[in-house]
Write a protein that binds this ligand. Structure first.
Ligand code: NCD
Length: 305
Protein backbone atom coordinates (compact mmCIF):
# COMPACT_ATOMS: atom_id res chain seq x y z
CA UNK A 1 0.00 0.00 0.00
CA UNK A 2 1.26 3.46 -0.88
CA UNK A 3 -0.01 6.81 0.32
CA UNK A 4 0.30 10.44 -0.67
CA UNK A 5 0.92 13.25 1.83
CA UNK A 6 -0.19 16.56 0.36
CA UNK A 7 -1.39 18.65 3.31
CA UNK A 8 -1.51 18.28 7.08
CA UNK A 9 -5.21 19.25 6.93
CA UNK A 10 -6.01 15.86 5.37
CA UNK A 11 -4.39 13.93 8.23
CA UNK A 12 -6.44 13.11 11.34
CA UNK A 13 -5.11 14.33 14.68
CA UNK A 14 -4.36 10.77 15.83
CA UNK A 15 -2.28 10.12 12.72
CA UNK A 16 -0.39 13.39 13.14
CA UNK A 17 0.47 12.38 16.73
CA UNK A 18 1.49 8.92 15.54
CA UNK A 19 3.81 10.41 12.89
CA UNK A 20 5.37 12.72 15.50
CA UNK A 21 5.87 9.68 17.79
CA UNK A 22 7.57 7.82 14.97
CA UNK A 23 9.74 10.82 14.14
CA UNK A 24 10.64 11.07 17.84
CA UNK A 25 11.82 7.43 17.88
CA UNK A 26 13.80 7.90 14.69
CA UNK A 27 15.42 11.05 16.09
CA UNK A 28 16.51 9.16 19.22
CA UNK A 29 18.21 6.57 17.03
CA UNK A 30 19.89 9.26 14.90
CA UNK A 31 21.11 11.21 17.91
CA UNK A 32 22.51 8.03 19.47
CA UNK A 33 24.83 7.86 16.46
CA UNK A 34 22.92 5.35 14.32
CA UNK A 35 22.58 6.46 10.72
CA UNK A 36 21.74 3.72 8.22
CA UNK A 37 18.43 2.69 9.74
CA UNK A 38 17.11 1.09 6.55
CA UNK A 39 13.50 0.29 5.74
CA UNK A 40 13.29 1.52 2.16
CA UNK A 41 16.09 -0.45 0.48
CA UNK A 42 15.51 -1.00 -3.21
CA UNK A 43 13.23 2.00 -3.60
CA UNK A 44 13.86 5.11 -5.68
CA UNK A 45 12.86 8.51 -4.29
CA UNK A 46 13.00 11.57 -6.56
CA UNK A 47 12.93 15.13 -5.27
CA UNK A 48 11.47 17.59 -7.79
CA UNK A 49 11.83 21.13 -6.45
CA UNK A 50 10.54 23.84 -8.79
CA UNK A 51 11.20 26.52 -6.12
CA UNK A 52 14.45 27.23 -4.27
CA UNK A 53 15.18 25.23 -1.13
CA UNK A 54 18.10 24.53 1.18
CA UNK A 55 16.96 22.67 4.31
CA UNK A 56 13.80 21.03 3.01
CA UNK A 57 15.28 19.35 -0.07
CA UNK A 58 18.52 18.33 1.61
CA UNK A 59 16.78 16.95 4.69
CA UNK A 60 14.41 14.92 2.48
CA UNK A 61 17.40 13.57 0.56
CA UNK A 62 19.24 12.79 3.81
CA UNK A 63 16.12 11.10 5.21
CA UNK A 64 15.86 8.91 2.10
CA UNK A 65 19.51 7.90 2.39
CA UNK A 66 19.30 6.96 6.07
CA UNK A 67 16.33 4.75 5.12
CA UNK A 68 18.44 2.98 2.49
CA UNK A 69 16.57 4.34 -0.55
CA UNK A 70 18.26 5.54 -3.72
CA UNK A 71 17.66 9.29 -4.06
CA UNK A 72 17.54 11.26 -7.32
CA UNK A 73 17.45 15.05 -7.55
CA UNK A 74 15.43 16.41 -10.47
CA UNK A 75 16.60 19.95 -11.21
CA UNK A 76 14.04 21.85 -13.34
CA UNK A 77 16.58 24.52 -14.35
CA UNK A 78 18.74 21.96 -16.19
CA UNK A 79 15.87 19.79 -17.42
CA UNK A 80 13.39 19.69 -20.30
CA UNK A 81 11.15 21.94 -18.19
CA UNK A 82 13.09 24.83 -19.74
CA UNK A 83 12.20 23.47 -23.21
CA UNK A 84 8.52 23.61 -22.28
CA UNK A 85 7.78 20.06 -21.07
CA UNK A 86 4.64 20.03 -18.92
CA UNK A 87 4.54 19.12 -15.23
CA UNK A 88 2.45 16.06 -16.04
CA UNK A 89 4.84 14.81 -18.73
CA UNK A 90 7.76 15.36 -16.35
CA UNK A 91 5.96 13.32 -13.66
CA UNK A 92 5.28 10.48 -16.12
CA UNK A 93 8.89 10.55 -17.35
CA UNK A 94 10.33 10.32 -13.83
CA UNK A 95 7.88 7.53 -12.94
CA UNK A 96 8.92 5.61 -16.07
CA UNK A 97 12.54 5.78 -14.94
CA UNK A 98 11.41 3.94 -11.80
CA UNK A 99 10.58 6.52 -9.15
CA UNK A 100 8.60 4.99 -6.25
CA UNK A 101 8.00 8.22 -4.31
CA UNK A 102 8.19 11.88 -5.27
CA UNK A 103 8.80 14.92 -3.13
CA UNK A 104 7.48 17.99 -4.95
CA UNK A 105 7.92 21.69 -4.24
CA UNK A 106 6.22 24.23 -6.48
CA UNK A 107 4.68 27.70 -6.57
CA UNK A 108 1.38 26.08 -7.64
CA UNK A 109 -0.62 24.70 -4.70
CA UNK A 110 -1.99 21.88 -6.85
CA UNK A 111 1.38 20.70 -8.23
CA UNK A 112 1.90 17.77 -5.76
CA UNK A 113 -1.53 16.30 -6.52
CA UNK A 114 -1.08 16.92 -10.26
CA UNK A 115 2.23 15.05 -9.99
CA UNK A 116 0.55 12.18 -8.12
CA UNK A 117 -2.30 11.92 -10.63
CA UNK A 118 -0.03 11.98 -13.68
CA UNK A 119 2.61 9.60 -12.30
CA UNK A 120 0.32 7.26 -10.34
CA UNK A 121 2.96 7.30 -7.59
CA UNK A 122 2.81 8.59 -4.00
CA UNK A 123 3.88 12.19 -3.52
CA UNK A 124 4.88 14.19 -0.44
CA UNK A 125 4.45 17.96 -0.73
CA UNK A 126 7.77 19.60 0.01
CA UNK A 127 5.98 22.97 0.10
CA UNK A 128 3.39 24.01 -2.48
CA UNK A 129 2.01 27.51 -3.02
CA UNK A 130 0.61 29.01 0.15
CA UNK A 131 -1.26 25.95 1.40
CA UNK A 132 0.79 22.79 2.00
CA UNK A 133 4.09 21.91 3.69
CA UNK A 134 3.19 18.93 5.90
CA UNK A 135 6.66 17.76 6.90
CA UNK A 136 7.55 21.25 8.16
CA UNK A 137 4.56 20.95 10.48
CA UNK A 138 5.69 17.51 11.69
CA UNK A 139 9.21 18.83 12.34
CA UNK A 140 7.80 21.82 14.24
CA UNK A 141 5.45 19.68 16.33
CA UNK A 142 8.33 17.40 17.27
CA UNK A 143 10.49 20.41 18.18
CA UNK A 144 7.74 21.86 20.39
CA UNK A 145 6.92 18.54 22.05
CA UNK A 146 10.57 17.81 22.79
CA UNK A 147 11.06 21.24 24.34
CA UNK A 148 7.91 21.50 26.42
CA UNK A 149 7.05 17.80 26.80
CA UNK A 150 3.56 18.52 25.43
CA UNK A 151 1.59 20.55 22.89
CA UNK A 152 -1.76 20.75 24.66
CA UNK A 153 -2.40 24.06 26.41
CA UNK A 154 0.61 25.88 24.93
CA UNK A 155 0.01 29.45 23.76
CA UNK A 156 1.59 29.88 20.33
CA UNK A 157 1.80 33.19 18.45
CA UNK A 158 2.41 33.05 14.68
CA UNK A 159 3.88 36.39 13.66
CA UNK A 160 4.26 38.11 10.29
CA UNK A 161 3.10 37.13 6.82
CA UNK A 162 0.56 34.56 8.02
CA UNK A 163 -1.68 34.97 4.97
CA UNK A 164 0.92 33.87 2.41
CA UNK A 165 2.75 31.24 4.45
CA UNK A 166 2.24 27.51 3.83
CA UNK A 167 4.16 26.94 7.07
CA UNK A 168 1.51 28.94 8.95
CA UNK A 169 -1.27 27.09 7.11
CA UNK A 170 0.05 23.78 8.42
CA UNK A 171 0.41 25.05 11.98
CA UNK A 172 -3.08 26.60 11.89
CA UNK A 173 -4.51 23.26 10.78
CA UNK A 174 -2.64 21.04 13.24
CA UNK A 175 -2.01 22.96 16.47
CA UNK A 176 -5.62 23.68 17.53
CA UNK A 177 -6.52 20.03 16.92
CA UNK A 178 -3.69 19.03 19.27
CA UNK A 179 -4.94 21.40 21.97
CA UNK A 180 -2.65 24.42 21.53
CA UNK A 181 -4.02 27.98 21.68
CA UNK A 182 -3.11 30.00 18.60
CA UNK A 183 -2.70 33.75 18.21
CA UNK A 184 -2.21 35.15 14.72
CA UNK A 185 -0.24 38.40 14.79
CA UNK A 186 0.57 40.61 11.80
CA UNK A 187 -0.31 43.73 9.85
CA UNK A 188 -3.85 43.95 8.42
CA UNK A 189 -2.98 42.71 4.91
CA UNK A 190 -0.95 39.76 6.18
CA UNK A 191 -3.50 37.95 8.36
CA UNK A 192 -5.76 35.34 6.75
CA UNK A 193 -9.40 36.27 6.21
CA UNK A 194 -11.83 35.44 9.04
CA UNK A 195 -13.30 32.58 6.99
CA UNK A 196 -9.91 30.87 6.92
CA UNK A 197 -9.20 31.15 10.62
CA UNK A 198 -12.49 32.15 12.22
CA UNK A 199 -11.93 30.77 15.68
CA UNK A 200 -8.38 31.98 16.24
CA UNK A 201 -7.31 35.02 18.21
CA UNK A 202 -6.05 37.68 15.79
CA UNK A 203 -4.29 40.93 16.50
CA UNK A 204 -2.20 43.52 14.68
CA UNK A 205 -0.10 44.31 17.76
CA UNK A 206 2.83 42.14 18.76
CA UNK A 207 3.98 43.80 21.98
CA UNK A 208 0.83 43.31 24.12
CA UNK A 209 0.77 39.62 23.12
CA UNK A 210 4.33 38.77 24.13
CA UNK A 211 3.76 38.16 27.89
CA UNK A 212 0.97 35.71 26.95
CA UNK A 213 3.00 33.41 24.68
CA UNK A 214 4.96 30.20 25.20
CA UNK A 215 6.14 30.14 21.57
CA UNK A 216 6.69 33.03 19.18
CA UNK A 217 6.76 31.52 15.69
CA UNK A 218 8.25 34.05 13.25
CA UNK A 219 7.59 34.05 9.50
CA UNK A 220 9.52 35.52 6.60
CA UNK A 221 7.65 38.02 4.44
CA UNK A 222 6.88 36.01 1.27
CA UNK A 223 8.10 38.67 -1.17
CA UNK A 224 8.22 36.17 -4.05
CA UNK A 225 4.44 35.71 -3.66
CA UNK A 226 3.85 39.42 -4.12
CA UNK A 227 3.29 40.22 -0.43
CA UNK A 228 2.77 43.90 0.28
CA UNK A 229 3.42 44.49 3.98
CA UNK A 230 1.84 47.94 3.82
CA UNK A 231 5.09 49.38 5.23
CA UNK A 232 7.40 51.73 3.34
CA UNK A 233 10.57 49.95 4.45
CA UNK A 234 11.85 46.77 6.08
CA UNK A 235 13.02 48.91 9.01
CA UNK A 236 9.49 50.18 9.69
CA UNK A 237 8.09 46.65 9.43
CA UNK A 238 10.82 45.42 11.81
CA UNK A 239 9.99 48.16 14.32
CA UNK A 240 6.49 46.69 14.70
CA UNK A 241 7.04 42.96 14.10
CA UNK A 242 10.78 42.19 14.29
CA UNK A 243 11.85 40.00 17.22
CA UNK A 244 14.54 41.76 19.22
CA UNK A 245 16.20 40.93 22.55
CA UNK A 246 14.03 43.63 24.15
CA UNK A 247 10.95 41.74 22.95
CA UNK A 248 12.41 38.40 24.10
CA UNK A 249 12.63 40.11 27.50
CA UNK A 250 8.83 40.57 27.50
CA UNK A 251 8.20 36.83 27.04
CA UNK A 252 7.43 34.60 30.00
CA UNK A 253 10.45 32.72 31.40
CA UNK A 254 10.83 29.51 29.40
CA UNK A 255 9.15 30.84 26.26
CA UNK A 256 10.97 30.21 22.99
CA UNK A 257 11.30 31.67 19.50
CA UNK A 258 10.86 29.50 16.39
CA UNK A 259 11.48 30.14 12.69
CA UNK A 260 11.24 27.70 9.75
CA UNK A 261 14.08 29.39 7.85
CA UNK A 262 15.33 31.05 5.80
CA UNK A 263 15.65 33.83 8.41
CA UNK A 264 15.91 37.38 7.11
CA UNK A 265 18.07 38.88 9.82
CA UNK A 266 17.22 42.46 10.65
CA UNK A 267 13.63 42.10 9.41
CA UNK A 268 11.53 39.51 11.28
CA UNK A 269 14.41 38.55 13.61
CA UNK A 270 17.49 40.36 14.93
CA UNK A 271 20.94 38.80 14.79
CA UNK A 272 21.00 38.47 18.58
CA UNK A 273 17.71 36.58 18.72
CA UNK A 274 18.61 34.38 15.75
CA UNK A 275 21.79 33.26 17.52
CA UNK A 276 20.26 33.04 21.01
CA UNK A 277 19.73 29.68 22.77
CA UNK A 278 16.02 30.51 23.10
CA UNK A 279 15.70 30.47 19.29
CA UNK A 280 15.00 26.88 18.19
CA UNK A 281 15.52 27.42 14.42
CA UNK A 282 18.46 25.00 14.09
CA UNK A 283 16.66 22.37 16.20
CA UNK A 284 13.70 22.65 13.84
CA UNK A 285 16.05 21.85 10.95
CA UNK A 286 17.49 18.86 12.83
CA UNK A 287 13.98 17.54 13.57
CA UNK A 288 13.17 17.83 9.86
CA UNK A 289 15.25 14.75 9.02
CA UNK A 290 13.40 12.24 11.28
CA UNK A 291 10.07 13.93 10.46
CA UNK A 292 10.72 13.33 6.75
CA UNK A 293 11.87 9.77 7.44
CA UNK A 294 8.56 9.14 9.24
CA UNK A 295 6.62 10.63 6.31
CA UNK A 296 8.50 8.53 3.74
CA UNK A 297 8.01 5.32 5.74
CA UNK A 298 4.30 6.09 6.09
CA UNK A 299 3.96 6.68 2.33
CA UNK A 300 5.81 3.53 1.28
CA UNK A 301 4.87 1.25 4.19
CA UNK A 302 8.44 0.58 5.35
CA UNK A 303 9.80 -0.28 8.79
CA UNK A 304 13.27 0.55 10.07
CA UNK A 305 15.48 -1.99 11.79
C1 NCD B 1 9.63 27.80 4.20
C2 NCD B 1 8.95 27.51 2.89
O1 NCD B 1 9.60 27.26 1.88
O2 NCD B 1 7.74 27.51 2.92
N1 NCD B 1 10.92 27.31 4.31
C3 NCD B 1 11.09 26.01 4.67
O3 NCD B 1 10.67 25.11 3.98
N2 NCD B 1 11.70 25.78 5.84
C4 NCD B 1 9.46 29.16 4.70
C5 NCD B 1 9.86 30.33 3.85
O4 NCD B 1 10.37 30.19 2.74
O5 NCD B 1 9.64 31.44 4.33
Amino acid sequence: MTRTMIGIAELEAGLIEDLVDRADNLEQKLSSGLRRLGGLEGTLITTAFFEPSTRTRLSFETAGRWLGAEVLTFNPATSSTVKGESLEDTARTLASIGTDLFVVRHTDDSAPSRFADASDRPVISGGAGITTHPTQTLADLLTIRRYFGRIEGLRIGIVGDVAHSRVAAGLISALPRLGALLHLIGPPGLLPGPADAATLARTHELDPSLPELDVVYLLRVQVERGTDTGYRSEEEYAADYGMTMARVGSLPAGAVVMHPGPMIRGVEISDEVADHPRCLATRQVAMGVPARMAAMLWCLGGETR
